[in-house]
Design a binder for this molecule. Structure first.
Ligand code: PEP
Ligand code: MN
Length: 350
């Protein structure tokens, strides 16, 4: 197997979903550390959606991890979900903690962890909550900040979604984009394993994450994924992990010459965007006139049939032009909602 494949400056955390035995942890750590991975992840206590599954090896797993650290020099990262976990992790001198997706969902649990961490400035990573609620995510980060934790990063691991998908959890890239806008100095790593939910898709998602400027990756790697006690479908063998890392395309920083090359196209876009706003303003004038007619003639503001027909027609036109119909539908949903709001407001003030 390749050795030292991790490029300098590339932050990658890898290891099994769960620590299962001393041998499994050691085998995984040795393979990963040979490749240059510096941080070993492993679940010690596993939050399972339903009871009866493997709930983690608990305290003994901390010993296995410490043995692996001793042998390889890797740093250790584990999940904590409450005070007892934090205390045990600190006692074992674990290097990095993370808060799991199910825990981020609960402000009570996050607050409890934050209190237990007061006074010890250990790095903490916060996974996104299972539900696509950015405020829960930033709220958890703020609770840690208030407890004096200064090295916080976020892990984007995807969101539950009612829509059918080949992915286990939907990336909803717009959410980490907005997180980046609100907290520009916060490192955001991506966990492609939980998003993909199956081995064959992990590298595609990892590449997307790098294309979206992720600051690093957390990847589940197991010496024998088919026999894994949790998340067996999505874990990579060390060999598959090595192949994935060497195939990832990393980006260089944008330079002045790039900006100069892109400037003409960006100017064109700026002009088109201004035209879009102009058209929307004209559209709003007509919305106002229609609203006045509806009010004078005692007609309801919402005319659902017409909206459905318009939305179908525009989605079909978009598809014929090679643009996603769903994209156009969501834009017109927003435009329509604003038109309705405008007409309702007008009625109220007249
Ligand atoms: C995990 O990392 O194994 C895990 C349980 O992740 P999440 O909290 O993202 O489901
Ligand atoms: Mn897992």
């Amino acid at each position: 197997m390749n050795e030292y494949i991790i490029p300098p400056g590339f932050k990658v955390i890898a290891g099994p979903c769960s620590a299962e035995s001393a041998g499994q942890v050691m085998e995984c750590a040795e393979a990963l550390s040979k490749m240059g991975v510096e941080i070993l992840r492993a679940g010690v206590w596993k939050p399972r959606t339903r009871p009866g599954g493997f709930e983690g090896a608990g305290m003994q797993a901390l010993e296995w991890l410490c043995q692996a650290r001793e042998k390889t020099g890797m740093k250790l990262a584990i999940e904590v979900a409450g005070t007892a976990h934090v205390e045990a992790a600190l006692k074992a001198d674990i290097d990095i903690l993370w808060i799991g997706a199910r825990t981020t969902t609960s402000p009570f649990a996050v607050q409890e962890i934050a209190e237990a961490l007061k006074g010890c400035d250990i790095p903490v990573m916060v996974k996104n909550p299972i539900s696509p609620d950015l405020n829960l995510w930033t709220g958890a980060i703020e609770r840690l900040e208030r407890a004096g934790i200064s090295r916080i990063s976020a892990i984007h691991r995807g969101f539950s979604d009612i829509q059918e998908s080949v992915l286990r959890y939907a990336p909803q890239w717009e959410i980490p984009i907005e997180l980046r806008r609100r907290m520009p100095s916060l490192p955001i790593l991506c966990d492609p394993s939980h998003m993909a939910g199956q081995r064959g898709l992990v590298s595609t998602i990892a590449q997307m994450a790098l294309d979206m400027n992720a600051d690093g990756l957390m990847v589940e790697v197991h010496p024998n994924p088919d026999k894994a006690l949790s998340d067996s479908r999505q874990q990579l063998t060390p060999h598959e992990f090595a192949e994935m890392v060497s195939s990832l395309r990393q980006h260089r920083a944008i330079e002045e010459t790039d900006s100069a090359c892109l400037a003409p196209k960006r100017n064109e876009l700026d002009a088109l965007d201004e035209q879009l706003v102009d058209i929307l303003a004209k559209r709003m004038d007509i919305v106002r006139e229609i609203g006045e007619y509806k009010q004078m003639n005692n007609l309801a503001v919402l005319q659902s049939d017409r909206y459905q027909n318009v939305s179908d027609k525009l989605a079909a036109i978009a598809a014929a032009k090679g643009i996603s119909g769903q994209f156009i539908r969501s834009i017109f949903e927003t435009i329509h909602a604003e038109s309705i709001r405008y007409q309702l407001e007008k009625n109220k003030t007249q």
